[in-house]
Design a binder for this molecule. Structure first.
Ligand SMILES: *Cc1c(COP(=O)(O)O)cnc(C)c1O
Length: 232
């Protein structure tokens, strides 16, 4: 068995255990393999190990991998910063765009989806750590975005996503996870039109168990499955 296969099995087991510890069933927490910079062979190993959900953060890489059927027909999400001129590669090609963070982007996604005659599911990405250089909407901008969803006939808001600050001590991210869980519950109680709040996407390789403990029902794991990425 390959290393990726073994890693992938371990990650799925860890996520299942964390779900059960948080009082839920294993299948209530989705585990996405963040497959950026990994090709078809590596993705296949993760698929063999049981992954049925992959995520890409670059639109052209997504397009190329879909063209070569790299995901074995499994579900794919877009998880990266989406530029307007590249959103044609993501809208309609993935089941969920996790990274909408402005009225402009929501509008562009909605228009593109209407052209295709579909309704695109999206998450709103939140900049929970208020980092100036990072994408994501600030928490106080959420009401405006959620109200705007009612005017977007080409999309549906299914929940929230966050990438917390890259703290040296992953334990520090728990406060962001808790803050996100609170926002998620508050918004769910408010009943915005065209907003369902079913998905809370947070937690990566180093902190996905903590995120599940705080209420995440979708975690995104890359390097713990595929090994450290080799940036050139
Ligand atoms: C790459 C990536 C991940 C996975 O990161 P790891 O630390 O390798 O687990 C999660 N979320 C997003 C948005 C990513 O781009």
């Amino acid at each position: 068995m390959s290393e990726i296969y073994d890693n992938a099995r371990r990650v799925l087991d860890m996520a299942a255990d964390a779900a059960i510890r948080s009082g839920r069933a294993a299948e209530d927490v989705m585990v996405l393999a963040a497959s950026k910079m990994n090709g078809r062979e590596n993705i296949r190993e993760a698929y063999r190990a049981g992954f049925r959900l992959f995520g890409e953060n670059r639109a052209q890489e997504l397009r190329d991998k879909l063209a070569e059927n790299a995901y074995e027909g499994a579900e794919v999400h877009f998880i990266g910063h989406l530029q307007k001129n590249k959103l044609k590669y993501a809208v309609g090609a993935v089941s969920l765009i996790q990274s909408a963070d402005s009225v402009e982007l929501m509008s562009a996604i909605s228009e593109r989806a209407k052209l295709l005659g579909i309704r695109q599911d999206i998450l709103i990405e939140v900049n929970a750590g208020r980092e100036p250089q990072k994408s994501g909407a600030l928490p106080e901008a959420l009401p405006e975005l959620l109200e705007f969803a009612a005017e977007c006939g080409g999309l549906r808001v299914a929940g929230l996503m966050t990438i917390p600050p890259n703290e040296a001590d992953p334990e520090k991210n728990i406060r962001y996870f808790e803050k996100m869980a609170k926002l998620f519950v508050d918004i769910k109680g408010k009943k915005y039109d065209n907003v369902t709040m079913n998905i809370l996407s947070m937690g990566m390789s180093r902190d996905f168990e903590a995120a599940i403990a705080c209420g995440a029902n979708l975690v995104r794991v890359g390097s713990l499955v595929f090994g450290e990425r080799q940036y050139r």
